[in-house]
Design a protein around this ligand. Structure first.
Ligand code: NAD
Length: 321
């Protein structure tokens, strides 16, 4: 089997490769060729850690495996390590033998940014010019960098619950040569695309902050109880997701479903739009929401690509296992 350590990922994986891997696996999911296993997430009663597994099988790409990892809140303060830790394990679907172990930390950020970018490509208005960012933490920088490649954005509006973090995303916009403005939530009415990537448990973006035609990639809500959007937005929008089962249980749609504003049948997997079996946005006035919950198959797809690149470049570590 091969090992690709965390330290090698940055030099191997590009945003373009992550985008292609995630777009392909979303398409395979919607075609019924790939499926995710139920997610395990446990408070292990040690170091206040949350630990779990996200796995699946992609029959089209022949990727079988899982991402194991979670959140160790004391890592940074006590050990100088990042709090989110994950590792991807891949297996040969013909034999069950392990084929690779891959560092999953940077890959998680790249695959999450790729997911919102895929949604922007397939659901945002083609002439989108203003990008709104809600969130300015670790993931937000990756989200913004990837999204700027999807449309000819001229301006980025940034709002964050902790305004002192906004320079994190201002820097990314400036590096890409795009004007950045600190904004209010009301200013988000000017946005053609909004990315929301916070760890909030209550909505920031309300219905009257969103204009007709806007595409919202809601990426922060990946756990029961988390929430970023007013459920009334979903009630008025065409709602898309990576996987419906996750969207209604741990994604943003959990709230609109619980309050009876939408039903499961109102939600479409974005892969159907990629495959051309769903029209996606149907007018310049539609509000579209992508509920990006983060599926294990995304992790397997980008990990498999990294292993391919590492082998081709001779830097995958081979072990006799
Ligand atoms: P981070 O800790 O670096 O940043 C957290 C962000 O949330 C900051 O912008 C912070 O200001 C904001 N925030 C914190 N409390 C808030 C509140 N009460 N109201 C509004 N905003 C608040 O975290 P991160 O690594 O950037 O992750 C952000 C979120 O994305 C987390 O919820 C994480 O679980 C989620 N995530 C989702 C996926 C996915 O696939 N969908 C993947 C990775 C991370």
């Amino acid at each position: 089997m091969f090992i690709v350590p965390e330290r090698s990922i940055a030099e191997l994986m590009t945003r373009a490769d992550a985008f292609d891997a995630v777009e392909q696996v979303f398409a395979a999911m919607a075609a019924g060729d790939a499926y995710n296993f139920p997610v395990i997430r446990e408070a292990i009663g040690h170091q206040d850690a949350l630990y779990g597994f996200k796995g699946g099988f992609d029959r089209a790409g022949l990727n079988l495996g899982l991402k194991a990892g979670g959140y160790w809140p004391n890592n940074l303060a006590q050990r100088g390590l990042i709090n989110h830790q994950s590792t991807v394990f891949l297996f040969d679907p013909d034999t069950g033998m392990p084929t690779a172990m891959v560092g999953g930390n940077l890959l998680t950020a790249l695959r999450t940014a790729a997911a919102s970018s895929v949604s922007i490509k397939h659901l945002a208005c083609p002439d989108a010019k203003v990008l709104g960012m809600i969130g300015a933490g670790h993931q937000a920088t990756f989200q913004l960098r990837a999204a700027l490649e999807q449309r000819n954005f001229e301006r980025v509006l940034g709002w964050n619950y902790h305004p002192e973090m906004l320079p994190n995303i201002a820097k990314v916009a400036q590096e890409a040569g795009v004007e950045f403005q600190e904004a209010s939530l009301e200013d988000m009415r000017q946005a053609d695309v909004i990315i929301s990537i916070t760890s909030a448990f209550a909505p920031s973006l309300m219905r009257d902050h969103v204009s007709a035609g806007c595409h919202i990639a809601c990426m922060g809500t990946d756990t029961k109880g988390k929430q970023e959007l007013d459920p009334a937005i979903l009630a008025d929008a065409r709602v898309f997701t990576d996987e419906i089962a996750q969207s209604i249980t741990i994604g943003e749609a959990q709230h609109a479903i619980a309050s009876g504003l939408i039903q499961d049948s109102d939600i479409t997997e974005v892969g159907a739009v990629i495959n051309g079996t769903h029209a996606g946005r149907q007018s310049d006035h539609d509000i579209t929401v992508f509920d990006g919950t983060g599926v294990g198959l995304q992790d397997l797809a980008v990990a498999a690509k990294v292993v391919e690149l590492a082998k081709a470049q001779g830097i995958a570590i081979e072990v006799d296992f």
